[in-house]
Design a protein. Structure first.
Length: 408
């Protein structure tokens, strides 16, 4: 299985300027092609890639960018166009490729065969030299803060909001363990595998306050909480942004508050990512059930739409709710983590339709309206009283068993 290890690198100011120069040129080439495609030009990968030499004649600074990085731009654009055509054929929202903004770092992807790693240093080549004349920037020598994996496939250079640079190494987990065994001349250490029940099924209902509420085939309920520190961080971020708005732009105080804002934002993102990783690891690795079932919930379903004549109280409630859904929930990241972790630990993940699972009584099979503020499900026909998320999880489990069978 392919995994990725992200390692922070330390570069000099001269090397950082070289990275910024190359990513700016790659971003410019990408945006230029997006502009041409929006103007009506048909996409042809082979013809577009052959036009790179003409682009170098037009913009002479492209000669000082490593050629493999420029070639990777066409591959990224081709994947974006293929995804656009696939969504268009499926009748979904097309989502044409967008321009890459200037304030974001355009990721630089290096093939592994052209890189040299030695003595905790990685050498990243730059363009120029040979037929193009003298090199504008010498090869970048970056210090790795951790030991990189062996037999990596490619390296992606990125930058975070605070200006720190990272190298992401893509490698095969099986090859890595085999190489470690040969190096140490020891028997392979078996990973601690949790006991799995072959016929075990657990179904989860995803939510905002409680990230996942699940029930298994034995009737046991699981309650997994989500990220809880967003209120304190949002309060701090709002206070910093309010102070910065009263400052003169680009002043000393304005720049200092901007650095503090980035630091607090990064801390919030790290805590949120850590919470999602722990929740997905708990489901994919520690639970004994082999099959995991979740509903296909999307963030847009939980958004409160703007009303034509809404009161200030309703407007404030809508803004708080939508901010929590879009910025603090992290549903998409959680599902993506769950997908690859279930694959890694040998579990099967199923995503099924969860429409009306909250409104349906799992005993009487009758539906009733359930507004978001009503957290307890009460059935007037059978007298059922239970948490709405638990009732929804049972409905998802029953729906999955009815479609797939109990021994899937």
């Amino acid at each position: 299985m392919l995994l990725c290890k992200k390692i922070k690198i330390e570069v000099s100011q001269q090397d950082a300027d070289a990275l910024e120069f190359m990513q700016a040129k790659c971003r410019g080439l990408y945006n230029w092609w997006v502009m041409k495609l929006r103007s009506g030009e048909r996409w042809n990968f082979e013809r577009a890639k052959k036009s790179l030499r003409e682009s170098k004649r037009y913009d002479l600074e492209l000669r000082y960018v490593y050629g493999k990085l420029l070639a990777e731009v066409y591959y990224r654009l081709d994947m974006a166009m293929q995804a656009f055509f696939r969504r268009l054929a499926a009748g979904e929202k097309p989502g044409f490729p967008r321009f890459k903004p200037r304030h974001q770092f355009f990721t630089l992807c290096y093939p592994a065969m052209y890189l040299h790693v030695q003595d905790e240093k990685i050498i990243l080549p730059t363009g120029g030299g040979g037929n193009w004349g003298p090199k504008r920037n010498q090869n970048i020598v970056a210090h790795l803060t951790e030991e990189p994996p062996d037999h990596f496939h490619e390296v992606a250079v990125s930058r975070d909001a605070r200006g720190n640079y990272y190298c992401s190494f893509v490698y095969d987990d099986g090859d890595q363990r085999e190489d470690d065994r040969r190096r140490t001349h020891e028997r392979p250490k078996k990973l601690r595998q949790r006991p799995l029940r072959d016929k075990g099924i657990v179904a989860f209902d995803l939510g905002i306050k409680t990230l996942a509420t699940g029930v298994n085939d034995q009737g046991r309920f699981y309650h997994i909480g989500g990220f809880r520190g967003y209120r304190w961080h949002n309060k701090q971020l709002d206070k910093i942004r309010s102070k910065r708005d009263r400052c003169k732009k680009k002043s000393r105080r304005y720049l200092r508050l901007s650095r503090v804002y980035k630091r607090v934002s990064e801390r919030k993102r790290n805590k949120q990512r850590d919470c999602l990783h722990k929740a997905s690891h708990l489901i994919a690795h520690r639970l004994a059930e082999r099959a995991v079932v979740i509903g296909d919930l999307s963030q847009r379903q939980m958004v409160i739409k703007k009303q034509e004549h809404e009161t200030p109280k309703e407007r404030n409630k809508r803004c708080i709710r939508n901010r929590m859904v879009y910025n603090d929930w992290g549903l998409y990241s959680f599902v993506q983590m769950l997908v690859y972790k279930c694959l890694r630990f040998g579990k099967e993940l199923y995503i099924i339709d969860e429409r009306d699972t909250t409104k349906l009584c799992h005993v009487w099979k009758q539906m009733q309206d359930m507004p978001l503020w009503q957290r307890t499900y009460r059935c007037a026909n059978c007298g059922l009283v239970m948490d709405r998320d638990e009732n929804s999880a049972i409905n998802i489990y029953q729906r999955f068993v009815a479609r797939r069978g109990p021994h899937t």
